[in-house]
Design a protein around this ligand. Sequence first.
Ligand code: NDP
Length: 301
Amino acid sequence: MKVYVSVDLPPDLADKLSRVAEIVGRDRMEEAEAALCFRITADEVKSMPRLKFIQVITAGLDHLPWEVVPPHVVVAGNAGSNADAVAEFAVAMALAAYKRVLHYNERMKRGEYSRDLGIPLVAGSKAAVLGLGEIGTRVAKILAAMGAEVYGFSRREREGPWRFTRDLMEALSGAKIAVSALPLNKYTRGLIKYEHLAAMDPEGVFVNVGRAEVVEKDAAVRILRERPRFVFASDVWWGRNDFAKDADVIVLPNVVATPWVAGGYGNEKVWRNMLEEAVENLLRWIRGEKPRNIADRSDYV
Ligand code: NDP
């Protein structure tokens, strides 16, 4: 079994994989039956005629060149490997904005010491969690434990301390806090439009830790201009890692911006865990077991 590895693996993980498979690089990728990658290009996929399995290091699979991945190739993502970190971050963003911590921090530094805004309670408030996956269910449980009335939106019903709905508008209507942990796929691209954001509480907080393209950029800008007390807090951006492309949004006073640090980019231990879990899942496939997080190709092509 030959595996094309295009990510830097720590020596112990490379050793673990080498015990059951031969790791090959670019020069011998045409022999590979499996690939372990962070990103993979269309040319790389086309250069591996024997390919049967792709293990991706990231939870999101939107960056794959799906149009050239043959239907018989099984693709596995890595959801769960960074979910604790991302869920914590999403809740931190939501609370820092909703509880007006950021607002008062900025005012105090400017020497403005008056109490101009009241502090809303999470307990008893409606919160929406979009995407009841590894991240979303963690966020929903934390908000529910704080006493929020949580609505959970996904396609497949999942039980938990939330009211499940497949109706995005039902989830967001009147919500004071909304957290999107939706993956980017052909169904979620541009899913969140102006009317959805406008249905939320005018002083609500929308947090995005999934992928930026799930929200229409123009819709976000419009709501932020119309509602100065509405907050849009995001770790993910339409320009991906080219954050300057979204400077027009980032500079708005009611935007809370972080540079994609909720998961592996923000913490070495989280990155290490992502690598470990990806290798473990690849080993499952090599042993003939069913890997976790197998992608549904029809979500992407
Ligand atoms: P999961 O795969 O565990 O969860 C994704 C959830 O979204 C599932 O519950 C799925 O449920 C739901 N979903 C998918 N498509 C739709 C749809 N069309 N409509 C409604 N719900 C949908 O992934 P994670 O929770 O681990 O991660 C989610 C995303 O967060 C990743 O795909 C990635 O893009 C992003 N992410 C961002 C990070 C960061 O650093 N900011 C780090 C890690 C992940 P169902 O199929 O039943 O609808």
